[in-house]
Ligand binder design. Structure first.
Ligand code: ATR
Length: 274
């Protein structure tokens, strides 16, 4: 039985175990995926533990995506350029880092709109923004980054060849695609963008997936935009992760259903606690 898992802090609410275990089962794989909560000061020991225990691969989530890089033997070029690793493959004791987040973002967007030559407005300049901006640039889009802390928008824009704008200028923003990569709207009914600008965009994507329909997406839909939920990026990055580990691509629908079922179960438990 091959063992996989997720390292992060916290990982209790991760949907990755549900997705990967469903895929292992459906594709007849002798493998299991668990949750490994790893506090930041234990990261190095945990990574050594992967090698010692022969764990075949892990997903890496907040807050380890950047720090884990220095603990690996090799880092795939795309992960190097993004500056973050979300997937580790244990290749006979050699730990190799990859990034599949950008692939998740790319597929989620490209199934709604062709990106080449399109203008994309990205809200936020944190870790998640890096993978999204990388995907957009790779697909040939023109990218404008708006961030509350302007200097961070400038740094990101410089790294990837995008333009930086002040958060206050968001009311003037326009383009084909708007993507939220900030945490605004996560478990709260708040939108990062003024509703009146949304009709200027064809497609609006949120990387937040709790709730599944954020206020941003609800308001965008009401303005006639196509909307993409954060769950799509999560599912598609997991498909690529699975492929790196097992050499097979599971059906995205299978993973999505497993993630949705886990989310619903989570919500029911939360209601019982309240
Ligand atoms: P992640 O890795 O999930 O992207 P992060 O690196 O902490 O997390 O980035 C969070 C992003 O959300 C940042 O762009 C942050 O803006 P700042 O750079 O100004 O901190 C943005 N963000 C968080 N809360 C916000 C808020 N209330 N309004 C606007 N932007 C916010």
């Amino acid at each position: 039985m091959d063992v996989y898992g997720i390292i992060g802090w916290p990982v209790a609410h991760s949907l990755s175990p549900a997705m990967h275990n469903a895929a292992f089962k459906a594709l007849g794989q002798e493998a299991v995926y668990g949750k490994f909560p790893v506090a930041p000061e234990r990261l190095s020991a945990a990574v050594e533990g992967l090698r010692a225990l022969g764990i075949k691969g892990v997903s890496v989530t907040i807050p380890h995506k950047e720090a884990v890089r220095s603990l690996l033997q090799d880092i795939h070029q795309e992960a190097q350029e993004i500056g973050a690793v979300n997937t580790i493959l244990n290749d006979n004791g050699r730990l190799v880092g990859f990034n599949t987040d950008w692939q998740g973002a790319l597929r989620a967007l490209e199934e709604q709109i062709s990106l080449k030559g399109k203008e994309a407005v990205v809200l936020g300049a944190g870790g998640a923004a890096r993978a999204v901006v990388y995907a957009l640039k790779k697909a040939g889009a023109l990218v404008c980054i708006y961030n509350r802390t302007f200097t961070k928008a400038q740094e990101l824009a410089l790294t990837f060849g995008a333009k930086a704008f002040a958060w206050e200028a968001l009311s003037e923003a326009r383009g084909h695609i708007l993507i939220n990569t900030t945490s605004v709207g996560l478990k709260e009914d708040r939108s990062p963008a003024p509703a009146q600008i949304l009709s200027r965009f064809q497609v609006v994507m949120d990387i937040v997936y709790t709730p599944l329909e954020t206020r941003l997406l609800r308001e965008a839909k009401a303005q006639g935009c196509k909307t993409i939920s954060g769950l799509k990026m999560l599912v598609y990055q997991a498909v690529e992760q699975f492929y790196l580990w097992r050499g097979l691509r599971p059906e995205a629908r299978l993973l999505e259903e497993a993630a949705l079922a886990a989310l619903t179960k989570e919500e029911r438990h939360a209601e019982q606690r309240n």
